[in-house]
Design a protein around this ligand. Sequence first.
Ligand code: BDR
Ligand code: CA
Length: 318
Amino acid sequence: MPQKIIIDTDPGIDDAMALLFAHRAPSIDLVGITTTYGNATIEQTTRNARYLVDRFGLSCPVHMGSGRPLFADPEPPADFVHGSDGLGEAGLVIPELVDDGGDAVAFLIDTLRASPGEITIVAVGRMTNLALALSRAPDVASLAKAVVIMGGALGRGGFGGNVTPCAEANIIGDPHAADRVLRASWPVTMVGLDVTMKTVMTPPRVDELKRRGGETGEFLHAISRFYQAFYTNNHGLEGFAVHDSSAVAYVLAPELFTLEAGGLRVVTEGIAYGQTLLAPAGKRYHLPVWQGLAEQSACVDVDSDGVLDLYMSTLLDG
Ligand code: BDR
Ligand code: CA
């Protein structure tokens, strides 16, 4: 039986790569896409999600989500990473939004209620929609099979943050929402920079996607030029980090990842705003903010070649 997933996403170049990865994986049934903001505005990410669905035949609905954080002021879109259209300024003709598909939060709640224990949510953007779903319908925490997030960092392998020294973009974009999601009683696995920065898609692999991957491969090559330039200029990397697709890879092949268990929290004020912290399972802390936390998991290491090979084989042979 394929695993049913909803992807909550802000396409976004690596989001698009993750959506097409999930679409092509035979063991995944993508039942819906909910959109969030960050890499571009909510209108643009929703347009982009709809474009991907229409062009590549993803047979699932797209629902537009919240366009701003729970409490903080929204930051400008990360157009310096993903381009002004969020998809790498590759000359795509992306239609205007005629219908936004309705309320993403209602879709999340209704779908989880309709299939208790069956749906995994893969959240690869700001977690505002998930936090709103928890507030509006607290029962959803007991209805999701699992929640896999791309976001955060624990500082393993030198990766503490990509927006500040200790904060990752999806978390700092709405830290209050992320804290709510990580503390909820649904089982969360955090796929953070600790593993995604170690998983680098190199030019030969992207060239192979272009050569052998048909229209999808050519598209992935085209949109990733902008992303590659950002990684070269800002990180000196020959290749780019595989962020959002690593969360999909975790759903497909969790054995490629090393996990640590514990309570997860997010710093919501001060100089470490947006930092994710893990309280190791079995350790007791006496301050109330560290008590009674759900036991979650965080990826602390990865078989990077295994993830990259899985991506390639899914796109090329699937
Ligand atoms: C995350 O931020 C976004 O730019 C990417 O799409 C990814 O989800 C990486 O920090
Ligand atoms: Ca993303």
